[in-house]
Design a protein around this ligand. Structure first.
Ligand SMILES: NC(=O)c1ccc[n+]([C@@H]2O[C@H](COP(=O)([O-])OP(=O)(O)OC[C@H]3O[C@@H](n4cnc5c(N)ncnc54)[C@H](OP(=O)(O)O)[C@@H]3O)[C@@H](O)[C@H]2O)c1
Length: 345
């Protein structure tokens, strides 16, 4: 569950911000970083392969479409076979191989087996699937916090199992979906801290999982320099991630929340731009580890969370993430060790 203290100031702040943004959007930003034309990036050599998790809807579906447009053979990795097959059927160049439920370690292992049986290279892995924790406290089949395992640990295991294949591929990339909410992640340092945070009922699991995604990207770059890794805040996007609100308060959702989201949030097409930029653009993770879609002040040290929630859409922009201890080094090591243990690696 999102802690009440975070929610209470975020709601009114969002409304004020919404009004400011509507005005700001009338002003043309100086620098716009849109995606390169697919025709300028025609594939050379053997066909490159990309996996996008959670690609039956939302940001993931649009990411899969764009990557297929750049000539990648796209594997849509979804937890429900029928949804995955349906998504693949709408994208020229995409296939569904096997179900992938990130909240189950055995499902992740089965997916990797099925993928390796069909492909001998992996150029880009997009760890996109995710859930929010409005429901809070649910338990995964592995006895861990459902949200933390789905958003982070499942992707950690998936990546680790695929890394040997990626290391044999020229210029591989791993893109991890984070969020503005990483700013509110707990300052966890040691492996024991992170293990405690993955237990069922941890009150901050969404924010912690999104902070973990940034630290994981950082650690991947440090430990596997051949594999470029980026963390992405896609912005505030009008996707299915808000479905819990719809079930809980259908009237409010239909007449207030949904129209407000349509007015100021990015649509899923815009919401996928930052992710795709991390996959295909010429970027260096040592200077552009964390990307987000709004205009941010020149040379900003750390973007204020409000500036990452909504703003003038510029395509993609590198910003500094908020890391425990300033550089996140100790926290990143603790996270790596805890996750290795928890995933049974
Ligand atoms: N939307 C935003 O404003 C926003 C902001 C910041 C960050 N993000 C991040 O962006 C990513 C994509 O979110 P979205 O907005 O596109 O949400 P979405 O429309 O709800 O899509 C989420 C995807 O993840 C899949 N998924 C959920 N649990 C899964 C599991 N256990 N195993 C495998 N797949 C699972 C969903 O599958 P089903 O359809 O089967 O449920 C769906 O395909 C997430 O990581 C989210 O945290 C979103």
């Amino acid at each position: 569950m999102l802690p009440k203290s975070q929610f209470s100031w975020m709601m009114p702040a969002s409304i004020i911000w919404t009004l400011m943004v509507s005005t700001l959007n009338m002003i043309k930003p100086n620098q716009v970083n849109l995606l390169p034309e697919p025709s300028s990036m025609l594939p050379q050599g053997p066909r490159r392969v990309c996996i996008v998790t959670g690609s039956n809807t939302g940001i993931g579906l649009q990411t899969a479409r764009k990557m297929a447009g750049y000539g990648y053979a796209v594997v849509v990795a979804c937890r429900t076979a029928s949804k995955g097959e349906e998504a693949a059927a709408t994208i020229d160049g995409a296939e569904f191989i096997a179900a992938l439920d990130l909240s189950s370690f055995s499902s992740v292992r089965n997916f990797v087996k099925a993928f390796k049986a069909k492909h001998d290279r992996l150029d880009v892995l997009v760890n996109n699937a995710g859930m929010n924790s409005f429901d809070g406290g649910s338990e995964s089949v592995d006895g861990l916090d459902l949200c933390f395992q789905t958003n982070f640990l499942g992707h950690f295991l998936l990546t680790r199992l695929l890394l040997p294949l990626m290391e044999k591929t020229p210029e591989p990339r791993v893109v991890n979906l984070s969020s503005v909410m990483h700013h509110f992640g707990t300052d966890l340092k040691t492996a024991e801290d992170w293990k405690a945070a993955s237990r069922v009922g941890c009150p901050n699991s969404y924010s912690d999982s999104k902070l973990a995604s940034v630290l994981f990207s950082m650690e991947l770059n440090r430990r596997f320099p051949k594999v470029k890794s980026f963390a992405v805040n896609p912005g505030a996007v009008n996707s299915d991630i808000w479905r819990v609100m719809k079930t809980k308060n259908p009237f409010l959702f239909k007449y207030v929340i949904s129209p407000a989201f349509r007015a100021v949030y990015l649509d899923t097409d815009e919401g996928s731009v930052t992710t795709v930029a991390a996959c295909v653009c010429d970027l260096d993770p040592t200077t552009s580890l964390y990307l987000q879609p709004y205009a941010s002040p020149e040379k900003s040290k750390t973007c204020h969370p409000l500036g990452e929630m909504m703003g003038v859409f510029v395509g993609f922009s590198a910003t500094k993430a908020r890391l425990p201890g300033g550089d996140g080094a100790e926290s990143g090591r603790g996270l790596w060790d805890a996750s290795t243990d928890l995933c049974g690696l």
